[in-house]
Design a protein around this ligand. Structure first.
Ligand SMILES: [Fe+2]
Length: 377
C-alpha cells in the first residue's frame, strides 16, 4: 500500500483513515468487476414504465409482452431490465466481469454454477445474493449494442475565456438522453457484512466512508465503492451502501451529457407531470451535478453529470453522514428524497425501525440515535 496517495494532499477528502480503521479494500478479492452493467426490476405495468423511461431519456432496446429493456446512448448492454411481475420490486444489479474466466472463478469460489443469460442479453452470468438479500449477477460476453447518437455538450464562454462567437446558446428541450448507468445505492441492515462481501467478492474499493455524527469509533455506516481498474480511472462510486432499518433499493443513477442537458431534461419531465424528488444540486462525495426523480412505481432515479473518477491509488476519505454533507449547493434535501415524507414508505420505514432494533442485525439503538442525529445535522 506504499504507493497509495495520501488523501490530504488533494481536495478529495479533508480526513483520511485513523489507525486501525477499515482499510476499504480486500487484500485478495475473488475477482475485480469492471463496472455495473444493469439493474433489474419487476413491475406490473410495463406501459407506464415505458412512458416514464422515454421521458427520462432512455431508449427502448427490447419490448415484449413481459419484458422491457432500456439502454443509454453508449455502446454495451441495456442499463435497465424490467420484467412484468405481480408487484413493483427491485430485483438486483448486474456487474460486468473482465472476462468469462472471472465469472467462472466467482462461481467456483461461491459454489454456484455459471449459466447462459437469455438470448436477448447474451453471454453468461453467475447469480449470487448479497448479505442484504439483493440479487447480484456477474456477467460477461453480453451482446454489445452499437452506440446511438447522443447529445453534444454545449460550447461555453467561461468568464473572459471566449470560445463561442457569432452563435447563440440553445439547450435541447428534449429528454436528457441517458448515456450509461453510473451507480446503484442500497440500504442494508447488515452494512458491514455487505460491505466486506462486495470488497471480497467483486474487488471493489472504497472511495469514501461516512460515520454517524459523534460515532466515528463505532465504524463506518456508509461507503461509496468504486471498481478497481488499476491505473484506469473509474467512477467515484458504482455502488453506495448505508446502514438502515430495512434492506432497500435507494436509487440508481444515469449519466447525461452536461448541466444544460440535465436541466432541460428536468424541465421536460416536469412538463410531462413527473415528480422531481430533489435537485438540481452538486454532491460532495463524488461531486456529481444531480437531479433525482420518482418513477411512476415510486423508485428513485437520478440524472447526473460531471462526476469524479479515481484510479486505484486513492485511499478512502472519511466524513460525517449527515443531511448537510449531501450537497455543496442546491435546494435543501427534500422530505421525499430523505424518505421522511408522510406516506406509505416512511410509515413502513418507521415500523421496520422497531423491528430492526429487535432483530439480529447491525441496526441497534446507537444506529437509531445516529440516524436521528444525521437527519438533524
Ligand atoms: Fe446518486
Amino acid at each position: 500500500m506504499g504507493s497509495l496517495r495520501d488523501p490530504h494532499t488533494d481536495l478529495h477528502s479533508e480526513q483520511g483513515a485513523l489507525r486501525g480503521e477499515h482499510p476499504g479494500r480486500a487484500q485478495n478479492p475473488v475477482v475485480k468487476v469492471h463496472d455495473v452493467a444493469w439493474v433489474e426490476f419487476e413491475k406490473p405495468d410495463l406501459e407506464r414504465a415505458e412512458l416514464f423511461a422515454r421521458a427520462f431519456g432512455f431508449t427502448v432496446s427490447l419490448r415484449t409482452a413481459d419484458e422491457l429493456q432500456l439502454r443509454g446512448t453508449d455502446p454495451g448492454s441495456p442499463c435497465v431490465v424490467i420484467r412484468r411481475g405481480p408487484r413493483s420490486r427491485f430485483v438486483g444489479s448486474a456487474f460486468r466481469a473482465t472476462d468469462d474466466r472471472d465469472v467462472l472463478r466467482l462461481a467456483e469460489a461461491t459454489g454456484r454454477k455459471a449459466a447462459k443469460l437469455p438470448e436477448s442479453l447474451g453471454g453468461i452470468s453467475v447469480d449470487l445474493t448479497d448479505p442484504s438479500g439483493f440479487g447480484v449477477r456477474v456477467v460477461s460476453g453480453t451482446h454489445e449494442l452499437p452506440p446511438l447518437p447522443g447529445q453534444e455538450p454545449l460550447e461555453f464562454n467561461f468568464g473572459h475565456d471566449v470560445t463561442r462567437v457569432n452563435a447563440g446558446q440553445r439547450a435541447p428541450r428534449d429528454p436528457a438522453k441517458a448515456q450509461r448507468i453510473g451507480h446503484v445505492v442500497l440500504q442494508s441492515t447488515k452494512f458491514r457484512e455487505a460491505l466486506d462481501w462486495y470488497l471480497e467478492h467483486l474487488g471493489m474499493i472504497v472511495s469514501d466512508f461516512q460515520y454517524f455524527p459523534e460515532q466515528r469509533e463505532r465504524g463506518p455506516v456508509m461507503a461509496f465503492l468504486r471498481c478497481d481498474r488499476g491505473s484506469t480511472p473509474a467512477d467515484h462510486h458504482t455502488v453506495a451502501m448505508n446502514l438502515g432499518p430495512t434492506n432497500k433499493y435507494v436509487h440508481s443513477a444515469y449519466q447525461v451529457a452536461d448541466l444544460d442537458t440535465l436541466a432541460a431534461g428536468g424541465q421536460y419531465l416536469l412538463q410531462h407531470g413527473y415528480q422531481r424528488s430533489w435537485g438540481i444540486g452538486r454532491h460532495i462525495d463524488g461531486s456529481q451535478i444531480f437531479d433525482y426523480w420518482r418513477d411512476p412505481d415510486g423508485f428513485l432515479v437520478e440524472h447526473f453529470t460531471d462526476g469524479d473518477l479515481f484510479d486505484c491509488t486513492l485511499e478512502p476519505g472519511w466524513g460525517v453522514f449527515a443531511v448537510s454533507t449531501l450537497s455543496q449547493w442546491g435546494p435543501p434535501p427534500s422530505k421525499d428524497f430523505l424518505g421522511v415524507k408522510p406516506g406509505r414508505e416512511s410509515l413502513s420505514e418507521l415500523r421496520a425501525m422497531a423491528g430492526a432494533l429487535r432483530e439480529d442485525n447491525e441496526f441497534d439503538r446507537h444506529s437509531l440515535r445516529g440516524l436521528l442525529k444525521a437527519a438533524a445535522s
